[in-house]
Design a protein around this ligand. Sequence first.
Ligand code: BTN
Length: 367
Amino acid sequence: MIFAHVNFLTNKKLTYFFIRDIIGQVVNGTGKDMNAKQQIAELLENSGENYISGSAIAEKLDITRAAVWKCIKQMEDEGYEIEATKRGYRLGERSDALSRSAVLKYLGEDSSYYNIEVFDVIDSTNTYLKKKAPSYFSGNPENKTGNGAQWYVAIADSQDSGRGRMGRCFVSPSGTGIYLSVLLKPSLSAQQAVKMTTAAAVAACRAIEECTDKEPKIKWVNDVFVDGKKTCGILTEASVDLEGGGLDWAVIGIGFNVYEPEGGFPEEIKDIAGAIVKDKRRDLRSRLAASFLKGLREICSDLKAKEFASEYKKKSFLIGKNINVLRDGEKIPAFAFDLDDELHLLVRYEDGSEEALNSGEVSVRER
Ligand code: BTN
């Protein structure tokens, strides 16, 4: 079978095709052994405001107290804020290290739907899952059941080759954001694939609303704004079965700028990019990641639901605005007058002609 990789937001077919590897390897990220640091993180997360002594940790993990101390120091370097007193250790109020155990804790009973790996650093979570995709679905019939299947989730504290739309890079520094991708097998045609992106935008808004006091807005198609600045970007990539017209798999990747990086956002994005909140909050990144995953799964269980489309529309801030449609390096002035039920942006050009945009790039026009 032949598949083409398509980036749905650029509508650009990437230049390669591949023959699917029929005997693939089943990938399972849930059964990984935890190292000492991860186990200490889990102990501290679960003990909440109570202190745990160094000797209790050492005994539980069967390591020396000096090894515990070394791990604690390394964890502090990685962004954990740990209070150390005579009574022992506990996580500080502003400790917000992204960890697998915390994401699982906040997913609660829903955690069984996901196969989650968390990385300190990775090239790109989208690239990672795209490489896993053919074998993940071919070797495991359980995973072929669409929405009933386990979603493979890769989350990273930082990316050194984070990718954005239109071939741009996505700045992904450590300690301040969430870089998260989901590999799934949606029952959608290639034309409907943009729905996944809109679903992710709504799920991101719901997560931000649930975990903070902010009121996020969506800039069609897939940018989430808080206080007038872009705080989340979404990149959806998929493999299309050219014979059947459906999607063989899709990777939905989202980057959240939760806090401002030390020294601020880089010059080239500082006018556009913003952070969701100012100050660190306990477990906020893990809470946001879990809430996003729950919301996305709920929305993807019925992408035709009217409520989802109307929620998207309500949160969309382009309707009624003068915009530029960016096409082939050109800016075409238009007026965005509505979104249809398929969430196409309805625009009217200056010559009076109208178009329903399926994907692409637009910008708000300054008057
Ligand atoms: C954009 O705004 O242009 C889209 C940005 C998408 C970034 C996310 S971060 C997680 C995933 N991994 C990537 O390399 N990109 C996406």
